[in-house]
Design a protein around this ligand. Structure first.
Ligand code: HEM
Length: 152
């Protein structure tokens, strides 16, 4: 594992990102765009699952917002891995970074399992629980991501 992390960190890709004046901030901006698309689309969905905006049909809302959330997640993951490559060994050793990855995996699994085409068949209690879990998970991911920048 250490060899792999060192190889990632020493790759030409990571080197170019580390020393470039423009590329790192650009990739960081892509990360923020990705998480904005993800959180911006999942927030109304979570609120609907929690019981707000009951007049809006859940199936239609899910159909519209799911692809936006999935694209945002894909962009956040791709740009996140690029940011990770710059200090792979250091990040991999950080409990906060590991916790962030676990939360991303949990949030993605929760969304995949519960916002599928059969969302209308999910019990209201479970729907509320999934909405609350999703909201708290993505908020925690954002706080963890922002916090990482302040750790040595
Ligand atoms: C596999 C997925 C991901 C990886 C590997 C990853 C990795 C990273 C890395 C390495 C940083 C830079 C931390 C630093 O400044 O030292 C970062 C920043 C950040 N990440 Fe992620 N990330 C991922 C997904 C996400 C997702 C899904 C979200 C939000 C929903 C998120 C939210 C943030 C935030 C808010 C920042 C701080 C950005 C800034 O203020 O410049 N990340 N991420």
């Amino acid at each position: 594992m250490e060899h792999l992390l060192a190889a990632i960190e020493g790759s030409a890709f990571a080197e170019s990102l580390r020393w470039s004046r423009w590329t790192y901030p650009f990739v960081n901006a892509l990360h923020v765009v990705g998480l904005a698309a993800l959180f911006g689309s999942i927030l109304p969905l979570d609120l609907r699952m929690l019981g707000l905006f009951r007049s809006v049909p859940l199936a239609g809302l899910t159909q519209t917002l799911r692809p936006v959330a999935a694209s945002g997640l894909a962009l956040a993951v791709a740009s996140g891995l690029a940011l990770f490559s710059v200090r792979a060994t250091e990040y991999a050793a950080m409990p906060l970074f590991r916790a962030k990855l676990a939360l991303v995996a949990f949030g993605a699994a929760n969304a995949l399992l519960l916002t599928g085409p059969r969302i209308h068949a999910v019990r209201p209690g479970l729907l509320r629980l999934a909405g609350a879990a999703s909201l708290l998970t993505w908020l925690a991911v954002i706080v963890a991501g922002r916090w990482l920048g302040y750790l040595d």
